[in-house]
Design a protein around this ligand. Structure first.
Ligand code: NAD
Length: 541
């Protein structure tokens, strides 16, 4: 499974929008997903049934996989529960060292997982590499910073010097993690890393269609030193296996649609366990009057069409200042029409496939409905079965308005709608007029203006002069959604502390928190009142 092996098979088909050009990769699914590879990776699954996943490039079956029953899920949690206290007893620096070794292994063996990601999701290799980058950054960050995030903190106590207080961070226990297919490496292993380094075990339910990628990461983490029992994987239909994970978990980490997120939250509420939800978006990009048109047009291509728009932080609404809208649209459309689509397991294609029929149907429905109601197609607008069964051209629509579905609902595909504006206050209001609040992008040459606009946008991340990658890749800072785009954050301190319970340990010295040394209640109350005034005067917090 390395890039140096195997150039024997039929080249991946290539297509462009509209002219063919990208170089063909030589490997195909048959070379990469061998029975030996499947057997090795699926050892990590607790499952007694059978299921399968499919390759979007061809629509054909990729691998037979185990499927988990509710009893299998219970078994996975039991095993994880036995292993977790032993793992939590390992000093944090040793746990962190596993992440740092994992970082090196991922970069060393990236060719293997790039093939798997492409085969399971149908995305272009460059977009698959974004996952490798994100995972390495997270492994480095939590590998280096976990000890300081988790170290016991001293606080000034109720009675300074007499009450000594330490805040400890205890692991929650066994985390139930449910992840989607669109970024199967980053949103499986990437989100599990802070949970592990905080001393938890994880029972993960990746999407079945992209299970091999998640299982590859599990194998590599075990190679890096993670005890295998600490990382259990279960597979199966979301509505069947997902609720079982919620039923057993001490905390639930979910990434997926807002619709399913609500169900997860209800299940967690019934059990009074915590939950973090990373959900959908309808993300706006604002091209202000002073933006660099060429850079904004190139940035819009990345922002709208990475992973064929199947990216939660992808841009689906593009607001352009009217003074340069015509020029911007011309440049953006020219770049979009020149994009090379392809199925090759090599760099070169600029966009890959949609993941499957459901996604293709949703995209087709949004575009056809908009056109039927009066929108115009500036670029793209058609499926490309000549390249692969689920390919759809990168598409720009103009004249979109409510109640067209593409105007208000998340499309989760390579479709962006153009809107013109003249007034900055008004466009901020329009950008915010959605139930979602995940990501936004602002283009301007004026940094101060960009920051001022960003602060008024109701989005968990705002990228200035980039679409999504700057904020997402800045792993020391939190990332997540406002409004219906989520609860909680990944990355930074919030991304690891959510996997812990705060425990306050207070040690009382010399005198108790009560009248003592023969003091009566009234005297004690007076002493305490005086002490409180002194503490405020000393500016204690
Ligand atoms: P989805 O909600 O259908 O599925 C996500 C996961 O939940 C899958 O593993 C699925 O099997 C499981 N699932 C499905 N039904 C379930 C149920 N009833 N109970 C428990 N689990 C269940 O989402 P999807 O189609 O796989 O992913 C696309 C969505 O995810 C988009 O809305 C996208 O915006 C969102 N997403 C958000 C982020 C983020 O970080 N905010 C990242 C990636 C994707």
């Amino acid at each position: 499974m390395t890039d140096s092996q195997a150039p024997t098979a039929i080249p991946g088909s290539l297509g462009t929008n509209p002219v063919a050009a990208a170089p063909a990769g030589a490997r195909t699914a048959v070379d990469v997903v061998t029975p030996e590879v499947v057997a090795q990776l699926t050892r990590g699954v607790v499952g007694s049934g059978r299921t399968a996943n499919h390759a979007p490039f061809t629509g054909k079956k990729l691998a037979d996989l185990p499927e988990s029953t509710p009893q299998d899920v219970a078994t996975a949690f039991e095993r994880a529960r036995v292993a977790q206290p032993l793992w939590a007893a390992v000093p944090v620096r040793q746990r962190a060292a596993v992440l740092l070794r994992f970082h090196d292994l991922v970069l060393e063996r990236q060719a293997e997982v790039l093939d798997l990601i492409q085969l399971e999701t149908g995305k272009a290799r460059l977009h698959a590499h974004e996952e490798v980058q994100a995972l390495a950054v997270e492994a480095r960050h939590y590998g280096r910073a976990a000890a300081s995030y988790l170290k016991p903190k001293r606080h000034i106590g109720a009675v300074p010097t007499l009450t000594k207080v330490t805040e400890l961070r205890q692991p929650r226990g066994v985390i139930g993690q449910i992840s989607p297919w669109n970024y199967p490496l980053e949103l499986s292993a990437g989100d599990a890393l802070p949970a592990f380094v905080a001393g938890n075990a994880v029972v993960m339910k990746p999407d079945t269609e992209t299970a091999l990628t998640a299982l590859w990461a599990r194998d590599l983490l075990v190679e890096a030193g993670l005890p295998p029992e600490v990382f259990q994987v279960v597979l199966g239909e979301g509505p069947v296996v997902g609720p079982e994970v919620v039923r057993h978990a001490d905390y639930v980490s979910f990434t997926g649609s807002t619709r399913v997120g609500r169900e997860i939250a209800r299940g967690a509420a019934d059990r009074l366990v915590g939950v973090s939800l990373e959900l959908g978006g309808k993300n706006p990009m604002l091209v202000l009057a002073d933006a660099d048109v060429e850079k904004a047009a190139a940035g819009a291509v990345r922002a709208c069409f990475s992973s064929a728009g199947q990216l939660c932080i992808s841009i689906e609404r593009l607001y352009v200042h009217e003074s340069m809208a015509d020029l911007f649209v011309e440049r953006f459309a020219a770049r979009t029409k020149a994009m090379r689509l392809g199925t090759s397991l090599a760099y070169g294609a600029e966009m890959g496939s949609l993941v499957g029929e459901r996604q293709l149907d949703a995209v087709t429905r949004h575009v056809e409905e908009a056109v039927a109601k009066g929108a115009t197609v500036v670029a793209g607008g058609t499926a490309r079965p000549d390249i692969g069964p689920y390919f759809y051209e990168p598409t720009i629509l103009d004249g979109v308005e409510a109640p067209m579905a593409v105007c208000t609902e998340e499309t989760f595909g390579p479709v962006v709608s153009l809107y013109r504006f003249s007034d900055e206050d008004e466009v901020i209001g329009r950008a915010n007029s959605t139930p979602y609040g995940l990501n936004a992008s602002v283009w301007t040459k004026d940094a101060r203006r960009g920051l001022a606009v960003a602060a008024r946008l109701r989005a968990g991340t705002v990228n200035i002069n980039e679409g999504y990658a700057s904020a997402y890749g800045s792993v020391r800072a939190p990332m997540g959604g406002m409004k219906e785009s989520g609860l909680g954050r990944r990355h930074g301190s919030e991304g690891i502390l959510k996997y812990t319970e705060a425990q306050t340990v207070a040690r009382q010295r010399i005198v108790p928190m009560a009248p003592s040394f023969g003091m009566d209640d009234e005297k004690y109350a007076a002493v305490m009142s005086r002490s409180l005034r002194v503490m405020k005067a000393l500016r204690l917090r």
